[in-house]
Design a protein around this ligand. Sequence first.
Ligand code: DI6
Ligand code: FE
Length: 401
Amino acid sequence: MASRLFLNARLVTMADPTCITPVEKGAILAIEGRIAYAGPEAGLPDSQCSGVETVDLEERLVTPGLIDCHTHLVHGGDRAHEFELRLAGASYEEIARAGGGIVSTVTATRSAGEQGLVASALPRLDRLISEGVTTVEIKSGYGLDLDSERAQLRAARRLADERKVTVSTSFLGAHALPPEFRDDRAGYLTLLRDKMLPAVAEEGLADCVDAFCETIAFSTNEVDDLFSAARRQGLNVRLHADQLSNLGGAALAARHGALSADHLEHTDEAGAAAMAAAGTVAVLLPGAFYFIRETKLPPVDLFRKHGTRIAIATDCNPGTSPLTSPLLTMNMAATLFRLTVAECLAGMTIHAAVALGLARDTGSIEAGKWCDLAVWDADRPAELVYRMGFNPLAARYWRGE
Ligand code: DI6
Ligand code: FE
């Protein structure tokens, strides 16, 4: 963890999630990886600056390091062939019901092994890092048996040894029924709750438990039972909710004090209000909306009305969102969901940190937090959301490094 004095910066701190007006002639003092001071150079505590290496940021724009708070980055194989089926008219649900979809990635993931999973995830992680990501959430959910789910979560943890990045893991054993339990839902749910979840919790492999609550996946009752067990194990929860239909997933997540509910295209006002009251973050995933050609927009107006925090993420996964660009994700969130520039930047920084339970340590440029920064060759924050396929990142610092 490095000590460094950054000078001559235009700081977009996100300390106030609604304010993207840069602090001109700003400075950041990092001591052993944590921010000791951030603000106008005039306010620097001189006593702490002596002997610290200085970096002249030459009036560049500086935001918090970006946080991708919803990815399936670790997985085997790809689904390009299904993409062709969809181009020929098959729907995502039809392919899933015909045994394709998630289950086809399960086969590829089980045969990849832990080392293979690390190797295939690294190029995807490097794309995120190249656009300023300093924290990434990574789910399991393509193993669907204990050994393979362990392999996915261990591979995710190992990525943090291979790159200067913070990894938060989510156990998504409740992603789909594995082929061997196709006719035994109860059997798989018991295995999930009574064997896989305790093992993953005991080994510290998961920071959170996730589930896919949908007609083609798990019901609200099944998720409720699993989440009660997760909370008894002392684990946080998050939920893929109301993506293709309104099953009341958002309200279910809120009832369990979930860190986030994600997708939410079909969430109603009761769900939005319940999330706001519970502090559950709405994670919007424009890549999946775009890629499966969804038409139902998530209720952004209801989230704004009730004060539900909004985050955005790539949802990088081989089936519905093969997307590894947080910058394009922000453009899609603005262009498709009509989020403002400030909402997009908060959605990829401070609100994403809240969605991961990491807001004490990152997500904004404030004293006490890790010195996670993205430095941009851009004059206005809007340039980070406006462009498609252009990367103005000049430098990235992770805990001051
Ligand atoms: N919703 C999604 O869009 C992804 N998972 C989920 O719960 C799809 C994952 C896949 O199709 O591989
Ligand atoms: Fe997802």
